[in-house]
Design a protein around this ligand. Sequence first.
Ligand code: KIV
Ligand code: ZN
Length: 514
Amino acid sequence: MQNIFIFDTTLRDGEQSPGVSLNVKEKIAIAKQLARLGVDCIEAGFPIASQGDFEAVRAVSQSVEGPIIAALARAGETDIKRAWEAVKGAQKPRIHTFIATSPIHMKHKLKKSPEEVLKSAVNAVMYARSLTEDVEFSAEDAFRSDISFLCEVFEAVIAAGAKTINIPDTVGYATPWEFGEFIKTIREKVPNINQAVVSVHCHNDLGLAVANSLAAVINGATQGEVTVNGIGERAGNASLEELVMALYTRRNYLKADTRINKEEIYRTSKLVSSLTGMVIQPNKAIVGKNAFLHESGIHQDGVLKERETYEIMNPAMIGITGNNIFLGKHSGRHAFKMHLKGLGYDLEGEELDKVFRSFKELCDNKKEVSDEDIIALIDTEALKGPEKYQFSYLTVSTGTNITATATIGVTIDGVLHEKAAVARGPIDATFAAINSVADQEFKLEEFKINAVTSGRDALGEVVVKVSYRGRTFTGRGVSVNILESSARAYLNAINRALNVTNKVQSTNNIAEGM
Ligand code: KIV
Ligand code: ZN
């Protein structure tokens, strides 16, 4: 059985999904969960891209143990140096350097000849190897490259010291038959290929990313680059949970498997969905709400008689247990902390206090508080970045034939600011009141609401996307009152927008000062 390395790029390629911007705490929470999941490598970010990315990669490198931590860098000394600065504190650091090799990218994007690209690739790998042992090289847009040139590049970078060569289908153009053949040819034509791990990185533009990755595995690839829930640029990347479960479920046919702790899959998927605000479609394989539901009578009857009649995987194996332990208002802080630990969250001090306070408030409003409620509270409360605008109160008057009026109280630097606004609907009025407190042009682009659990007293989780100065920011809020969840989500998006734009401002100042 071949062990396939799982290289997770949720925090780098996944974070490139439109509207997703994670703060450092959120990235650390995801990285820690990826470590519990047992991925072999976490690509934590692209440090040259921004000061925020640099800090996040450094923080993940310093606080996450177990997997290799990789940082991405273009094939140039400045990028590679920055990547190394960010990742060097990791237990097992890796520099991942890349350059495009397809005619279309070399001509139009890089404006370089193939000879220049080959030279840059080799120089980049040599420079990275002068800093660390573990260097991965990617040929961007490999699948649309001339295969002879690609093989020449791979042979040269392996000779220069690359330990992993990665073959991306950057634009998701391949079909499984072609991609499998492509990997086989590279393995046959590159004489020193056995000195490197062969990796693949498939995008999902035609919905074939996982199929292409499997075709590559059958043809000798031993590392798959994936993201949780398949998030990423455009249609996203190969999905971690689909690749892992396909390998496991069909291991006898594929002769390959991974070392992933499968019972952590569901929790990881939920965490990533909640923190990125990228909702999982109900029919998504493995982790969608309907993935293990049986609607038709014939199927239900079959499953009741023998689960395997209609189920090829056991939901318990990916961590869907259906067991919900309920905590109540009499649960103490210590029991609460221990319970969180069991859920995979190790909170202390101020963070624990914040979540415990929200938990107690929730107990006053909701009969039974489940694990899902607690996780929703942690994801929205404990992982928040610094908040300039803090929710204090909201009053809304609304009805069928009257204009809605909202009055919001927002604390800014310890001072309460209150504003009222009218609009046709209560949420519109709430957001208008917040805009008038902020006195800046924030625009709502998307609004989603979801009940965290079943029952009339369920927590309502709101996810909004708000645009500000040409960028989109995601915000989340939870409460048993959905108008309050909406206000909290909107304020959360505003705070993220301000944190990111202030950081960009200070990065520009740093750059100007150099
Ligand atoms: O899709 C791609 O080609 C990439 C590389 C940087 C690995 O993300
Ligand atoms: Zn990619």
